[in-house]
Write a protein that binds this ligand. Structure first.
Ligand code: PMT
Length: 402
């Protein structure tokens, strides 16, 4: 496969030569892309000798735009690997800055992206760098965690570029993900639904889509073919196989039932409205009476319909639901698990300020027939990984479901 190896200006750049060799030993083709500061640490000639390809270091050099090289490369690579990745390139990629060939390639490609951060310990712990890393993780970027130990700047701590063989192994895992989700269709719902009253007003909720987007990104990271059905959100969804935007619960219901037929897993993280206005008027309702009475009627229960359909058919996708509660969280989640014939309910107390709607963190309890498993407060990116670990176990054949 063709791997674009992005090399940036850190002392670990010399290790990127070993990474290139290691990737070639796995049978891959490597094209090196160097930022201007990278060549202060290792010369382009070294990479040209190893990869036997021209090193791309300046998108303005003659010929680089002949066939709009970054676009051509973006559509042909199987993986973009950035090693070492400095705080600077991490910041540029997280914020969509495209002022050199490497950052432009990142925004142009749909290939999986693997990043090996390397920097001083304090920089790696800095809130701006952590925020950028979380942004990239939420968008489906994979990481090779830096090592602990002696750093080139004389410090002892976390920030040293991972070893070349670890980086090569991580690239292999992305290109040939070993997990049970590889190549399987995973359907995820995210965000709120909006139930319109008139052309101006609607009944909605505070779901930002973060939880569902993190699940979709994590499933894609594990090699799944992800279809994401999302209600209206201000956050952009991660780049996955297919994104379907809906507005009302009825639309989400139709989209989910249409997409679930060939799915191996369905994860209902969306905050679907339980009720919608019985009447939607075509003109704006003008102020007049002191009070207005709204009649709301039940919307279709998507998860319950999926459970009933699987029960009737005797087979179907692994079903994961959520429970947004403010009291008796586990009991209500257990009730939903059985009533909706789900395999797993992810319960969260949405009355907490650091969990549930909108925030970047969540504290969930996983409720299944195997029991109740409370997880500590962590980022929604980590929560998503925990949920998918359990989904992988649920996907395993019953006899090996340890
Ligand atoms: O998007 P964020 O800002 O990150 O917030 C995350 C979240 C709080 C929205 C998420 O963690 C969450 O709790 N999602 C479920 C919200 C919800 O609708 O919970 P519920 O208890 O009302 O519904 C139970 C389950 O049934 C959910 O899986 C829901 O998707 C599903 N449902 C609900 C109503 C309906 N008509 N059809 C459904 O399928």
């Amino acid at each position: 496969m063709l791997i674009a190896l992005g090399v940036t200006g850190g002392i670990g750049a010399y290790k990127a030569v070993e990474v290139a060799r290691g990737l070639q030993k796995q049978g891959h083709e490597v094209v090196a892309i160097m930022t201007s500061s990278a060549s202060r640490f290792v010369g382009p000639v070294t990479f040209e000798a190893i990869t036997r390809r021209r090193v791309i270091s300046d998108q303005w050099e003659p010929g680089a735009n002949a066939d709009i090289e970054h676009i051509a490369l973006a559509s042909t690579i199987d993986l973009l690997l950035v090693a070492p990745a400095t705080a600077n390139i991490i910041g540029k990629l997280a914020n969509g800055i495209a002022d050199d060939f490497l950052s432009t390639l990142y925004t142009a490609t749909r290939a999986p992206v693997l990043i090996a951060p390397a920097m001083n310990t304090n920089m790696f712990a800095h809130h701006a760098v952590r925020r950028n890393l979380d942004t990239l993780a939420a968008n489906g970027v994979r990481f090779v965690e830096p090592g602990e130990g002696y750093l080139a700047c004389g410090w002892i701590g976390r920030g040293r570029l991972a070893e070349p063989d670890e980086i090569v192994a991580a690239a292999e895992a992305v290109l040939r993900p070993p997990g049970p989700l590889r190549g399987r269709k995973v359907l995820v719902t995210a965000g709120p639904t909006y139930e319109d009253l008139d052309p101006v007003r609607y009944v909605g909720n505070r779901s930002s889509g973060r939880m569902g987007f993190a699940l979709a990104a994590e499933a894609a990271r594990r090699g799944a073919v992800v279809t994401l059905i999302a209600g209206p959100t201000s956050l952009d969804p991660p780049s996955v196989h297919q994104v379907v935007r809906v507005r009302r619960a009825a639309e989400m219901h139709a989209a989910v039932l249409e997409q679930a037929g060939d799915a191996a897993v369905v994860i209902m993280a969306a905050a679907v409205a339980d009720y919608a206005p019985e009447q939607r008027v075509n003109q704006k309702v003008h102020k007049g009476a002191d009070t207005i009475t709204l009649v709301l009627t039940r919307t279709p229960d998507i998860l319950a319909d999926l459970g009933a359909r699987r029960l009737a058919a005797g087979t179907g996708p692994v079903l994961v639901g959520f429970a947004a509660e403010t009291e008796d969280v586990v009991a209500r989640a257990a009730e939903k698990l059985h009533r909706k014939h789900a395999d797993l309910i992810v319960a969260n107390d949405v009355s907490r300020g650091d969990a549930g709607f909108e925030v970047a963190t969540n504290a969930v309890t996983l409720v299944s027939r195997d029991g109740v498993d409370p997880l500590p407060l962590e980022t929604k990116v980590r929560v998503a990984a925990e949920i998918l670990d359990r989904v992988e176990r649920l996907l395993a054949p019953a006899e090996v479901r340890a």
